[in-house]
Design a protein around this ligand. Sequence first.
Ligand code: FES
Length: 213
Amino acid sequence: MKEYVLKVSRSGPFRWSKYQIKAEETTTIVELLEEVESTVDPTLTYRHSCHHGSCGTCACIINGKEALACRTTVGALGTEEITVEPLRSFPREGDLVAHLGSMIRSMPAAGSYVREDECNRREGAVFQRFEDCIECGCCMSACPVGGDFIGPAPLAMMNRELQKGSKLQEDIRSKALSRSGAPSCRDHFACSRACPSYVYPGRHIQELKKLER
Ligand code: FES
């Protein structure tokens, strides 16, 4: 066990709280937050659900980078002081809680979350698997464009819907290629670097840019 300083951004009013805490190298940041909440400061607000990188709810900024708190260990960070902040680009609802409503509302309404597994389809079996995006908001937070840009996660989902031949092709296409859609992307690819789920939203946006209006 080693001693760490967990420095957490707090809201209402903004301040930093520092907690001395002992942890193993394999301890995750969400486990540190749970420890603080249950033993030191029950007012700390943060979000998590699955604890294994599937639900996306624990996304925040850890040591300055977007990450899933449940998949980030103190050992992997390699620092004795660990800072945790809420995602950028979203309204803040609590200490580490960002309101992702704007991202969810920009996603195609008829988005289907499952698709046929191409490999198994070739072998004649009908398997389905989930889309890779876990809607954590990391890519939206990392994107430096801002303004009324729709953002990487909804645009990646729009591209997937177009690839799947969605019934709403025309509607999705016109949103994706509108002024606030793919043409506003400035090719930073921060979204692809931040995505913990290997969606590579930047690649999807590049594919949208190649579509004719
Ligand atoms: S708690 Fe579900 S992704 Fe971290």
